[in-house]
Design a protein around this ligand. Structure first.
Ligand SMILES: *[C@@H]1O[C@H](CO)[C@@H](O)[C@H](O)[C@H]1NC(C)=O
Ligand SMILES: *[C@@H]1O[C@H](CO)[C@@H](O)[C@H](O)[C@H]1NC(C)=O
Ligand SMILES: *[C@@H]1O[C@H](CO)[C@@H](O)[C@H](O)[C@H]1NC(C)=O
Ligand SMILES: *[C@@H]1O[C@H](CO)[C@@H](O)[C@H](O)[C@H]1NC(C)=O
Ligand SMILES: *[C@@H]1O[C@H](CO)[C@@H](O)[C@H](O)[C@H]1NC(C)=O
Ligand SMILES: *[C@@H]1O[C@H](CO)[C@@H](O)[C@H](O)[C@H]1NC(C)=O
Length: 342
C-alpha cells in the first residue's frame, strides 16, 4: 500500500512538475514533496510496528495454547507455564503456576508456616535459598537464582515439580533484600510474583527466640545437635529450659530497630501484589490459612505441620531477668509485649 503511494507520488511529480516553473512554484513543490515524504515515512513506520506486533501476538497465542479461558483475564499476569530445563512437566504442563516469595525475619514462625504451605500437594516453598551469600551478591546473581526457582529448576525436598500450582521460597529481610529492593520489586512486578509478608507482632518474644536459638548453636542442647525447629514436646521443653538474659541497655533501641526494619520493607514492597500475615494470628486462627490459599489461588486443603512451638506460656517464665525487663518496658509503647501470649 505504502509502496503504491510512493510510486504514485513519484509519477505525479514527474508528470506534474513543469520544467520551467517560477522559483515560487518550485519551492511549493519541494515543500509538498518533503511533507509527503515525512507522511509516507510515518505510514511505513506504523506498518512495520504493526507487523512486529502481530508477530509478537502470534507467538503469544502459540505459547498460551493451554490457557484456560474461564480464568479471569486480570489474573493473566500472575499465571505462568514454566518449561523447566531439568524435567518435563508432562500432563501438568497446562497447570498454571503462581510465583510467590515469603518475606520474613528469623524466628517469626516462617519455618513453621513453610511446613504448613508445603503440606499442600500443589505448593512448593523451597526454603531460605538466599542464605547462601553468593546467590545474593548482586542483582544479577539474585535474578539468576529467582529465574531458576520460578522455572521449577530448583530442587529441594519441597519440590513438587510437575503439578506445582504455586512455587516460591522464603526470604529473610537480612538476606540482600534492603540492598537490592529496587531491582527485586521490579522483578516481582514484571514477573507477577506475589509477596507473603510474615511478621511477628510480639517482638520481645521474637527476641527471646533469637537469643535462645543462637545460644543453642553453641550449646546444642538436644543431644549435641543444634535444632531451630522441633517436632516433639520433650524437645521443645529441653530447648525452652534455657532462659536468656535480655540486655536492658539496648532493649528499647533493639525493639525499635526491628519495628523500623518491618515498616521499611512494607514501604519498599508496597507496589507488589501482597498479603500481610502475623504469626500470632496464624497460631490463634487457622482460617487465616484459607486466606493464604485463596491469595495463591490454590485449591483449598487442610494444611498441617509437625512442628511444635518451643516457647509456650507467659514470657516471665522464659526470661532470666524478667523483673528488670518488666520494669524497663512498663509505661512504654512496648508494654503490650509483656502481656501478650505467643
Ligand atoms: C555477581 O556475583 C556473581 C557471583 O558472585 C559473580 O560471578 C558475578 O561476576 C557478579 N556480577 C556482577 C555484575 O558484579
Ligand atoms: C495438584 O496436584 C495434583 C497431584 O499432583 C494434580 O493432580 C492436580 O492437578 C494439581 N492441581 C492443581 C490446581 O495444580
Ligand atoms: C537424647 O538422648 C536420650 C537418651 O539417650 C534419648 O532418650 C532422647 O530421645 C534423645 N533425644 C534426641 C532429640 O535425640
Ligand atoms: C548491651 O548493649 C549495649 C549497647 O548496645 C552494649 O554496649 C553492651 O555491651 C551490651 N551488654 C551485654 C552484656 O551484651
Ligand atoms: C479468623 O480468620 C478469618 C479469616 O481471616 C476471619 O474472617 C475471622 O474473623 C477470624 N476469626 C477470629 C475469631 O478472629
Ligand atoms: C510487672 O511489673 C508490674 C509493676 O511494676 C507488676 O504489677 C506486674 O505483676 C509485673 N508483671 C509480671 C508478669 O511479673
Amino acid at each position: 500500500m505504502a509502496e503504491e503511494i510512493c510510486l504514485f507520488i513519484k509519477d505525479g511529480l514527474i508528470i506534474k512538475a513543469p520544467k520551467k516553473s517560477p522559483v515560487l512554484l518550485r519551492t511549493i513543490v519541494l515543500v509538498f514533496v518533503m511533507v509527503c515524504g515525512v507522511y509516507i515515512c510515518s505510514v511505513c513506520l506504523k506498518q512495520t510496528n504493526f507487523s512486529t506486533k502481530t508477530k509478537f501476538l502470534n507467538i503469544e497465542v502459540l505459547e498460551s495454547y493451554c490457557h484456560e479461558y474461564d480464568i479471569d483475564r486480570s489474573e493473566t499476569p500472575y499465571l505462568h507455564y514454566p518449561k523447566p530445563k531439568t524435567f518435563r512437566r508432562a500432563e501438568c504442563s497446562c497447570n498454571p503456576v503462581r510465583l510467590f516469595a515469603i518475606l520474613s525475619m528469623q524466628r517469626s514462625g516462617s519455618g513453621w508456616f513453610e511446613t504448613l504451605l508445603n503440606s499442600h500437594v500443589n505448593a512448593s516453598s523451597n526454603g531460605e535459598i538466599f542464605s547462601v551469600k553468593g546467590r545474593r551478591e548482586n542483582a544479577s546473581s539474585i535474578t539468576k537464582t529467582l529465574d531458576r526457582v520460578y522455572n521449577l529448576d530448583w530442587f529441594t525436598s519441597a519440590s513438587k515439580n510437575q503439578c506445582s500450582a504455586a512455587v516460591g521460597f522464603k526470604w529473610m529481610l537480612n538476606q540482600g533484600l534492603p540492598e537490592h529492593h529496587k531491582e527485586i520489586v521490579q522483578y516481582f512486578n514484571d514477573r507477577g510474583v506475589s509477596v507473603i509478608f510474615l511478621f511477628r507482632k510480639n517482638l520481645l518474644r521474637r527476641m527471646v527466640s533469637v537469643i535462645a536459638n543462637s545460644y543453642d548453636r553453641y550449646a546444642k542442647l538436644l543431644n549435641g545437635t543444634h535444632k531451630s525447629h522441633v517436632h516433639s514436646i520433650e524437645e521443645a521443653e529441653t530447648l525452652s529450659r534455657y532462659k536468656p538474659v535480655i540486655n536492658l541497655t539496648s532493649l528499647m533501641t533493639d525493639l525499635k530497630q526491628m519495628e523500623v526494619t518491618v515498616m521499611k520493607t512494607l514501604e519498599q514492597f508496597q507496589s507488589t501484589r501482597h498479603i500481610i500475615l502475623f504469626y500470632e494470628d496464624l497460631v490463634k486462627n487457622r482460617t487465616k490459612l484459607v486466606d493464604v490459599q485463596e491469595f495463591l489461588k490454590l485449591p483449598l486443603m487442610e494444611l498441617i505441620s509437625r512442628q511444635v512451638k518451643i516457647h509456650k506460656g507467659p514470657l516471665s517464665e522464659h526470661i532470666e531477668n524478667w523483673d528488670d525487663v518488666n520494669k524497663t518496658l512498663q509505661g512504654t509503647v512496648y508494654e503490650r509485649f509483656l502481656h501478650a501470649d505467643y
